[in-house]
Design a protein around this ligand. Structure first.
Ligand SMILES: *[C@@H]1O[C@H](CO)[C@@H](O)[C@H](O)[C@H]1NC(C)=O
Ligand SMILES: *[C@@H]1O[C@H](CO)[C@@H](O)[C@H](O)[C@H]1NC(C)=O
Ligand SMILES: *[C@@H]1O[C@H](CO)[C@@H](O)[C@H](O)[C@H]1NC(C)=O
Ligand SMILES: *[C@@H]1O[C@H](CO)[C@@H](O)[C@H](O)[C@H]1NC(C)=O
Ligand SMILES: *[C@@H]1O[C@H](CO)[C@@H](O)[C@H](O)[C@H]1NC(C)=O
Ligand SMILES: *[C@@H]1O[C@H](CO)[C@@H](O)[C@H](O)[C@H]1NC(C)=O
Ligand SMILES: *[C@@H]1O[C@H](CO)[C@@H](O)[C@H](O)[C@H]1NC(C)=O
Length: 392
């Protein structure tokens, strides 16, 4: 019973602890500049629409009308086209639609971002169109927004040499998208794909949870695994506390009951086995058969009074049914050895066995020699009859 109480207290405190860890992630609702995409949520935040603690440092975004703007410390403003929270990728482009120009001066230092797929491109500034005689137009694309009336700027992935009439501007590591990386495409109309490593919310987002700072912390990240649909949170805790704890207590109680029952059964079974084996002889077995009703009735019976002193040497428990003697119960004593038992328990026993269950004295010395073949039926009937008094 103490174990049951202890466990129920434990489960109670455990459920409180569980509620604490689930509740302790701040919930910041996602926002956006245009009312649609890209959706801005942790680790990003819109500086003018979301609280400070809704975003991770250096993940600040702002709105220019309907556009979402990311400012890189050494490269200036970019338009955010898409944010993929599953793969932790942000896709950025130039607000003035001249991405090659921005690529030439791209410097991600001081930002939490890095390119996931990097391709090297060599940029050339050509004052004649001679280069097109040496390089296929598919391998090198004139970058119109960088070019002027008298010169053309081109980019190449794998140039063998500097084309005639061109000046090697620089070789740039470009954070391209996966397909551009795969095919070495020259098309800089696609936005740049950047990724971030910290904070890592991928597992949380994949599980459908909400990533964010834990309460009272601006360093520790937590995940509140709240499904968008389903029961309200308070109802869930109500169910956990209302049904979970009584259920747990019931299971523990049942386990204790079964445990005790098995122990009691084991003790009784042991007694039976001892009795059965003690009567076993190599060839012939002595099986004591039961006493008749008149002999049993001749043994002294006592009804226990209020302050009845129990005679020695037994203690307060009936050795047959293993329950304590109560007032108003009838006990019967075996005259030979002065052992006593509940009357209904010992009567049942003596009908099958003529010996005292404790000292194995035979009250009237009536024992019989029986062949080995009959012992199994005899012992099985004695065990089934001796287990029935426990129900009384
Ligand atoms: C907002 O965008 C427009 C063009 O789209 C640009 O001219 C302007 O400078 C931007 N404002 C800020 C504060 O970046
Ligand atoms: C990026 O800019 C910083 C500060 O101007 C400079 O120290 C760093 O060398 C630059 N990195 C590259 C790759 O140009
Ligand atoms: C790009 O060039 C740098 C040297 O400028 C080199 O270390 C790097 O391996 C190159 N990357 C690829 C993908 O070729
Ligand atoms: C290309 O060269 C021309 C002069 O020949 C110059 O005016 C222009 O700024 C250069 N462009 C780049 C991107 O270096
Ligand atoms: C470009 O070429 C034209 C003639 O084709 C010339 O008039 C002009 O001055 C040149 N511009 C520059 C910047 O060299
Ligand atoms: C262009 O210049 C860079 C150094 O700025 C050099 O590493 C590269 O090999 C040059 N490319 C060609 C094709 O000459
Ligand atoms: C990419 O942009 C250029 C202008 O900079 C345009 O001429 C070209 O058609 C665009 N390509 C694609 C595939 O959109």
């Amino acid at each position: 019973m103490d174990a049951v109480r202890l466990l129920s207290f434990f489960s109670f405190f455990f459920s409180i602890f569980l509620a604490q860890t689930v509740l302790c992630v701040d919930t910041c609702s996602p926002s956006s500049c245009s009312g649609t995409r890209p959706q801005v949520q942790f680790p990003f935040r819109l500086t003018d629409r979301q609280e400070y603690r809704c975003g991770y440092p250096s993940f600040d975004l702002s709105c220019n009308q309907t556009q979402t703007v990311l400012n890189l410390p050494f490269s200036g403003d970019f338009i955010v086209e898409r944010i993929d929270y599953f793969s932790q990728s942000i896709y950025i482009n130039d607000p003035d639609f001249c991405l090659p120009k921005r690529i030439l001066s791209l410097n991600l230092s001081g930002s939490p971002f890095r390119g996931l797929y990097l391709s090297n491109f060599t940029f050339f500034n050509c004052t004649s169109s001679e280069w097109s005689e040496y390089y296929n137009i598919d391998d090198s694309v004139p970058l119109h927004c960088l070019s002027g009336d008298n010169y053309t700027v081109i980019a190449m992935a794998y140039p063998m040499f500097t084309p005639p009439g061109c000046r090697n501007i620089s070789i740039v590591s470009v954070p391209v998208q996966y397909d551009q990386y795969q095919f070495g495409s020259m098309d800089f109309n696609q936005s740049l794909q950047l990724t971030w490593d910290l904070p890592d919310c991928r597992a949380c987002v994949t599980d459908g949870g909400t990533c964010g700072f834990k309460s009272n912390s601006l360093t520790k990240i937590g995940c509140s695994n709240l499904p968008r649909h389903g029961l309200p949170r308070s109802a869930k805790y109500g169910i956990i506390i209302g049904a979970g704890i009584p259920g747990l207590v019931c299971i523990i109680g049942l386990a204790c009951y079964i445990c005790n029952w098995i122990k009691a059964y084991g003790r009784r079974h042991q007694l039976n086995t001892e009795l059965a084996t003690s009567t076993t002889a190599p060839q012939l077995v002595v099986v004591t058969t039961g006493l008749d009703a008149t002999t049993i009735e001749s043994y002294p019976k006592t009804v226990l009074g209020e302050n009845q002193q129990l005679p020695k040497p037994n203690d307060g428990t009936c050795p047959i049914c293993l329950s304590d003697y109560q007032t108003k119960e009838t006990i019967r004593t075996i005259p030979e050895c002065k052992h006593y038992f509940h009357a209904n328990c010992i009567d049942e026993w003596l009908r099958m066995n003529a010996t005292c269950p404790l000292c194995r004295n035979t009250p009237d010395g009536s024992s019989k020699v029986t062949p080995l073949s009959s012992i199994s039926s005899s012992s099985s009937s004695s065990s089934s009859s001796s287990s029935s008094p426990s129900t009384s």
